[in-house]
Design a protein around this ligand. Structure first.
Ligand code: GDP
Ligand code: IMO
Ligand code: MG
Length: 430
């Protein structure tokens, strides 16, 4: 029986939350391993919508353990706020049901300030970050000046660490002409939040090891997507972590063998929020229609998502670099009623045909997609719960995608509702 890692195979917002929630009925533990509250994962259960940013999407199911791994950058204020919000919807969250890795890096107010000041200074070349301080917090981790959750229980080191960290960041803020952060204020804030957040701190690697030895099933929940991965994505228009399943092991304190089946999530078309290249983007009526039908607005920032055709070259690349075993294809219903659909099968670049997405910034921005055209379907697929309910042209579209991306579609989603999901192959059975 394999564990399963769910990862985005495009630019995020593929419907990971819905799929993780659905799959979590078959799991015992759900683990976030990277990213932070830049993520926005939506679940819809019997018409009730839940929006999660830091809490794993298994949190709504009683009896499941939720884990925030060491690879996540945790804003403790955002986490406590999210816990309160979900409690008000009747979901129980306690230190028995939620564990946060004691060695996770904290996002502090100074990280958000630096993130936003830097974006403003970049002007037209801004990355379009969520402004949540994700990049600066990961930078601090690698630079070995981060404050970690366990430091809140260690006043002897906290003062010195805060001092050292602010020495760096205040120099940056001064350069940007932004207000500096007072060490005394930050320390007071940390001392106030410490007793409220520390009850959730735990030795995650040890808990996961014990659960694994008991034969419990672990579901890893990725955030963002392969094209936002700091190595494999559209650098520099990426997030600051590895979003691929390889990081599920490092980001939770387990060995690579623990990850098991890798389930990539992608939409039946493509969206992106923020700046950066997007070869199949449709800045026209088609893009507008996809956005309106798919309700493509960001969960975290409310920004309108850019929309375009399915890019099979990019998803095939995500399959290869991320070791994706199968795909959950979501939002097929959004394509209902299109007379014609297009899928990108290659790129034209400087007189040559490329069957991969190049790494260079200029090349990424200038490749021209080569399209294959498909007949659409007029029937509704919304809410379909069996493969037999799908129109023949929709089946043909999905089958061709499988061929092009060199991976099977093992799950299909036909509405935001939890149970409007078609299972072709159970990823836990691998
Ligand atoms: P995530 O970040 O990958 O978890 O995805 P988001 O929650 O940011 O965005 C996906 C959006 O699509 C959410 O509003 C979901 O409720 C919605 N959604 C997920 N699956 C489907 C589907 O199959 N059909 C439709 N129409 N909407 C879906
Ligand atoms: P989920 O988990 C879509 C994008 C931002 C920006 C870039 C860097 O819901 O799929 P950051 O704040 O991470 O430094 O921003 O990454 N981005 C996402 N786009 N879905 C997400 O998460 C995202 N998280 C970050 O828009 O382009
Ligand atoms: Mg999202």
């Amino acid at each position: 029986m394999a564990n399963v890692a769910v990862v985005g195979a495009q630019w995020g917002d593929e419907g990971k939350g819905k799929i993780v929630d659905w799959l979590s009925s078959r799991a015992d533990v759900v683990v976030r391993f990277q990213g932070g509250h830049n993520a926005g994962h939506t679940l819809v259960i019997n018409g009730v919508e839940y929006k999660l940013s830091l809490l794993p999407s298994g949190v709504v199911r009683p009896g499941k353990l939720s884990v925030i791994g060491n690879g996540v950058v945790v804003d403790p204020w955002a986490l406590l706020k999210e816990i309160e919000a979900i409690r008000s919807k009747g979901v129980e969250v306690t230190p028995e049901t939620l564990v946060v890795a004691e060695n996770a890096t904290l996002i502090l107010p100074v990280h958000g300030a630096v993130d936003r000041a830097r974006e403003e200074a970049r002007g037209a070349s801004k990355i379009g970050t969520t402004g949540r301080g994700i990049g600066p917090a990961y930078e601090d981790k690698v630079a070995r000046r981060a404050i970690r959750l366990c430091d809140l229980a260690d006043p002897a080191v906290l003062d010195g660490k805060v001092e050292q960290m602010l020495f760096h960041h205040n120099a940056l803020l001064r350069g940007f002409g932004a207000p500096e952060i007072e060490a005394a204020d930050l320390l007071a804030q940390l001392r106030e939040i410490a007793p409220r957040i520390l009850p959730y701190a735990g030795v995650v690697w040890d808990r996961l090891d014990a659960l694994r030895r008991q034969g419990k099933r672990i579901l890893f929940e990725g955030a963002q997507g392969t094209m936002l991965d700091v190595d494999h994505g559209t650098y520099p228009f990426v997030t600051s972590s590895n979003t691929v399943a390889g990081n599920a092991a490092t980001g939770s304190g387990m060995g690579p063998g623990a990850v098991g089946h890798v389930l990539g999530i992608c939409k039946a078309y493509t969206t992106r929020v923020g700046s950066g290249p997007f070869p199949t983007e449709q800045v026209n009526d088609i893009g507008e229609l996809l956005g309106a039908r798919g309700k493509e607005f960001g969960v975290v920032t409310g920004r309108k998502r850019r929309c375009g055709w399915f890019d099979a070259v990019m998803v095939r690349q995500a399959v290869k670099v991320g070791g994706i075993n199968g795909i959950a294809l979501t939002k097929l219903d959004v394509l209902d009623g299109f007379a014609e659909l297009k899928v990108c099968t290659g790129y034209r670049h400087e007189g040559r045909v490329l069957n991969h997405y190049p790494a260079g910034q200029t090349a990424q921005a200038s490749v021209e997609p080569i399209y294959e055209t498909f007949e659409g379907w007029s029937e509704s697929t919304r809410g379909a719960r069996s493969w037999a309910d799908l129109p023949a042209t929709a089946v043909k579209y999905v089958r061709r995608i499988e061929e092009l991306i060199e991976a099977p579609v093992t799950l299909l989603s036909t509405s935001p509702e939890r149970d409007d999901t078609i299972l072709m192959h159970d990823p836990f059975e691998d």
